[in-house]
Write a protein that binds this ligand. Structure first.
Ligand code: CO
Length: 198
């Protein structure tokens, strides 16, 4: 296992990869951040936002939580969305789910293990599974139900963003925002697009 001193050393090497070829790289980022995309993804360690789309520091504004859930009453997520759009001027939103998501699995399993904060967080996913019960039960096995609910979750969270007051206001101001629903496969490292609003 890596120690914190190991990580600090790795960080020095990482920073040097930028400053060697471009000594002003970090100075420019200090002055301003102008990310092109807001990324809303799962906290899962296997789905690192910048790395899987090969974007450098400064290109992605990021919000991650368990199972990439967008809840209009969640002040954390909504503050990130509002700041990205209204202050940073971001016009492209990405909701990125992933197959094999543990949060989605837990919502399908119905085995409450006493982790109260996690259970509360997953409530919207359980409601989503109930709402799509008919479609999910038609699938031949648990694996396919799990995959499908991961997809449904991305589509649902994209829809919640599109119908949020923040995006409505952006449309009224004449600066519409695009929302792209993507899903990542842990098996091959590839992204697939599920939805887009334009
Ligand atoms: Co996940």
């Amino acid at each position: 296992m890596k120690t914190i001193p190991d990580l600090l050393e790795q960080n020095r090497v990482w920073a040097a990869t930028y400053t060697t070829s471009d000594p002003q790289f970090f100075n420019r980022l200090c002055a301003i951040q102008r990310p092109e995309y807001l990324w809303i993804g799962c906290s899962d360690s296997r789905v690192p936002a910048n790395q899987i789309v090969a974007l450098e520091p400064g290109a992605l504004f990021v919000h991650r939580n368990i199972a990439n859930i967008v809840v209009p009453g969640d002040p954390n997520c909504m503050a990130v969305v509002q700041y990205a759009i209204e202050t940073l001027g971001v016009r492209q939103l990405i909701v990125c789910g992933h197959y094999g998501c543990g949060g989605v699995r837990a919502a399908l399993d119905n085995n409450y293990d006493g982790a109260a904060h996690v259970e509360r967080w997953l409530t919207p996913l359980r409601q989503l599974a109930v709402a799509h019960f008919a479609e999910l039960t038609r699938l031949p096995n648990d694996e396919e139900r799990w995959d499908r609910l991961c997809e449904i979750n991305v589509i649902e969270q994209s829809h919640r963003l599109l119908t949020s007051d923040i995006l409505s206001n952006a449309r009224l101001r004449g600066t519409p925002v695009r929302v792209h629903g993507l899903i990542y496969s842990l098996r091959d490292g590839l992204l697939r697009q599920l939805t887009t609003n334009a």
